[in-house]
Structures are given as structure tokens and as C-alpha cells.
Design a protein around this ligand. Structure first.
Ligand SMILES: Nc1ncnc2c1ncn2[C@@H]1O[C@H](COP(=O)(O)OP(=O)(O)O)[C@@H](O)[C@H]1O
Ligand SMILES: [Mg+2]
Length: 364
């Protein structure tokens, strides 16, 4: 039995609300009864990573040490969510057991969820983390799951690489292989945004016959970013009118696209092959929705419908049917255009800058 005096340090990243923080993943492997502990305020999903990492290392052809493994996620005062530390933890264990030596590691920031066979699954929030790394103006390389590569490459100023298997990433760190790299995505997408032919026109305002007054009201709301309430008997086209409001809003600017895409990235809703939102969001939650789903929150805080509707339209059809809690909770975000959710684990802010469209019948 050899000694393992190496303390491995792997750089990673996490998010809290719309903020991101660098995380240092420290792995210590020392003699003792075999055990695998993660400290540093991990939530249950992070703690489960022990099982995934163990299997992934074994199934990728490396040895999993039967020793006392301690993983520290520093700084310890930030709550760590999700499965995104699987990859840095696995890399750390391989370094601590001298199965991997790498000079590149100092400049590499990495996140990724491992599956039991060692393949790397996509994680939410990549766009935010990439923006954070680019801002920190250090010479960092961002290694992400391959399915997140397009998303990460939307941010200019950092090098991103995508790996689809633990073995592939280890090969890259050892300098034996290369990972897929992407450039030029940004310019391509930017061009697409300003190329009017490609903008998808779904439901169009011109579908509406007559209704001069309602149309005028919607036009004023669109021009000034005002909230609007449509009142009328069933079948008069309230739902129809509201759904066509995004078609008369101006196109998103590039910065707005990025902001909306960041929120969708956090919620894990970005499409994989085209990871940017070009069109104004239109969200129409059902009236049975809970306050948490509308405002945001939950155990692992996620942006709610009001944040997903940022720079677009939040449509509450049958407004009086919504729970009172939901309607009351809308008051503050409507005024402040931002929502702050406070939980024992910390407080999280999300943008909530939307046009509210309500529809109701005159008598409930
Ligand atoms: N002004 C209109 N122009 C064209 N179609 C209309 C108009 N008003 C109503 N309709 C038709 O009636 C259907 C029902 O309207 P809807 O929007 O569901 O009404 P409401 O929400 O007020 O109950 C629409 O899907 C549409 O086909
Ligand atoms: Mg309706």
C-alpha cells in the first residue's frame, strides 16, 4: 500500500440565483476505513454524487481507492446545488491517487454530471458560469459536458471545451487527446438574430378580425410596456388577442437574448441544439399554479414563471381563478421588476421584467 500525500485541487463553479461563484474542489485521500464524505454545505443531490463518482471511475477503467476520501467544496458558506461537481470530484480523486498528473489543471474550470458508465451529462446554468469566467479575466479554460458546449460558446472571451466521457476529459488533461472545441458560434447566432427572414412568426396579430378597441389597447401596452387586463364574455377572443401580443413587440436585442437565455439555462429549459432564446417569451401558466412555480423558489431555488417571462409576456388567463397567494405575491415583482426569494439556504434574485396580461369574464 503506497502513500497518497497529494491533496488535489480542482476548480469548479456554482450558481446561487443569478450569481455565480468559483468553487475549489479539494480532495484528500488518506489511509483509514474506506469512506467517502463531501463537506462544504452540499445539498442532498451533491452528496449523492459519491455513488455516481464511484461507479463512473470504476467503469472508466480507473481504480477507485478503498481509503478514506474527503472532499471539501470551498468556500464552505455557499450552498452547493445539483450534480455539477461530479466531474471535478472524479478528477480530484484520480489526482489524489496519482492516476492522473496534469499541468493544465490550474487553468481549467470544470463542471459536469457523471452517469454510472462515466459519460458526462449536461447541467443547468452553464451560460451564467461561462459569463462569470469570462468576466473574471483570468486565463481560464472551461471544460463542460459536450451537450452544453454550444451554450458555453455563446460567451466571447473564454476557451470552452466539451467532453462526453470521463476518459476523454482525463486524456485531455494528460495532454494525450483533444476535446471538441467551438468557435464562431457567437457570430453565426448574432447574424441569425438580425437576419429578419429567419425570425419565426408564429401567431400573428393580423389574425384578429375587428376588435379595434382591444387591438388599440394592446398596441399601447406593447409600445409602453404596460400591463393590461382584458375583460369580456367567453368566446370574444381574449385568449386569442393575448397570445398574439408578442408578435407586435420589438425584437429582442442581443443583450436581452443573453439575459433571457441565462434564465432558461438556469431552469434547464434551453434547447440543446440552438441554445439561445431569440423570440420574446410568452408564458401562460394554468390558474391552479402554486405560488412557488409562479414566483420561483422550491428547495433548490429555480426561476418561476415571472422570471421565465422576462422581456416578454406573462399571460394569466381567467385571472380571478388564480390563488389569492399567487396574485398577492405578484405585487412586488410587478413594481420592482426583480424578485428576491429568501430561504434558510440564502437569498436568490431573479429578473422579473415582464408585461402582465390578464383575462377574465365580467362575472366570475
Ligand atoms: N376577433 C376575432 N378574430 C378572429 N377570430 C376570433 C375573434 N374573436 C374570437 N375568435 C375565434 O374564437 C375563438 C375563441 O376565442 P377565445 O380567445 O378563446 O375567447 P375567450 O378567451 O375570450 O373566451 C378563437 O380561437 C378564434 O378562433
Ligand atoms: Mg379564454
Amino acid at each position: 500500500m503506497g502513500e497518497y500525500p497529494v491533496l488535489a485541487i480542482v476548480h469548479s463553479c456554482c450558481y446561487m440565483g443569478m450569481e455565480t461563484h468559483f468553487v475549489r474542489v479539494e480532495v484528500d485521500v488518506s489511509p483509514g476505513l474506506p469512506c467517502f464524505n463531501i463537506v462544504g454545505l452540499p445539498n442532498p443531490a451533491v452528496r449523492e454524487s459519491t455513488e455516481r463518482v464511484r461507479s463512473a471511475i470504476k467503469n472508466s477503467g480507473f481504480d477507485f481507492p478503498l481509503r478514506r476520501i474527503t472532499v471539501n467544496l470551498a468556500p464552505a458558506d455557499i450552498r452547493k446545488e445539483g450534480a455539477l461537481f461530479d466531474l471535478p470530484i472524479a478528477i480530484g480523486i484520480l489526482i489524489a491517487t496519482k492516476q492522473l498528473t496534469s499541468e493544465k489543471l490550474e487553468h481549467v474550470v470544470t463542471v459536469g454530471e457523471l452517469s454510472l458508465d462515466g459519460s458526462i451529462c449536461p447541467v443547468p446554468g452553464i451560460l451564467l458560469m461561462a459569463a462569470n469566467i469570462a468576466k473574471s479575466n483570468s486565463e481560464k479554460v472551461f471544460v463542460v459536458p459536450k451537450d452544453n458546449l454550444e451554450e458555453a460558446s455563446l460567451i466571447s472571451g473564454i476557451k470552452v471545451f466539451g467532453g462526453h466521457h470521463l476518459q476523454e476529459v482525463i486524456g485531455y488533461l494528460q495532454g494525450k487527446g483533444d476535446l471538441q472545441h467551438q468557435t464562431g458560434n457567437l457570430e453565426k447566432l448574432r447574424k441569425k438574430l438580425f437576419d429578419n427572414d429567419e425570425v419565426d412568426v408564429g401567431l400573428d396579430f393580423s389574425d384578429i378580425k375587428g376588435q379595434k378597441q382591444a387591438k388599440r389597447a394592446l398596441e399601447i401596452a406593447a409600445a409602453g410596456g404596460h400591463n393590461i387586463l382584458l375583460v369580456g364574455p367567453p368566446g370574444t377572443g381574449k385568449t386569442m388577442l393575448a397570445k398574439r401580443l408578442p408578435s407586435i413587440l420589438p425584437p429582442l436585442t442581443w443583450d436581452e437574448c443573453l439575459e433571457v437565455s441565462k434564465i432558461y439555462s438556469l431552469a434547464g429549459l434551453l434547447p440543446k441544439n440552438n441554445p439561445i432564446i431569440f423570440s420574446r417569451p410568452f408564458r401562460s401558466p394554468h390558474h391552479t399554479a402554486s405560488p412557488g412555480s409562479i414566483i420561483g423558489g422550491g428547495k433548490n431555488p429555480r426561476p418561476g414563471e415571472i422570471s421565465l417571462a422576462t422581456h416578454g409576456v406573462l399571460f394569466l388567463d381567467e385571472l380571478p381563478e388564480f390563488h389569492r397567494d399567487v396574485l398577492e405575491a405578484l405585487r412586488q415583482p410587478l413594481e420592482e421588476k426583480i424578485v428576491t426569494i429568501t430561504r434558510t439556504s440564502g437569498s436568490f434574485s431573479y429578473p422579473a421584467n415582464f408585461i402582465l396580461v390578464g383575462a377574465m369574464n365580467p362575472c366570475p
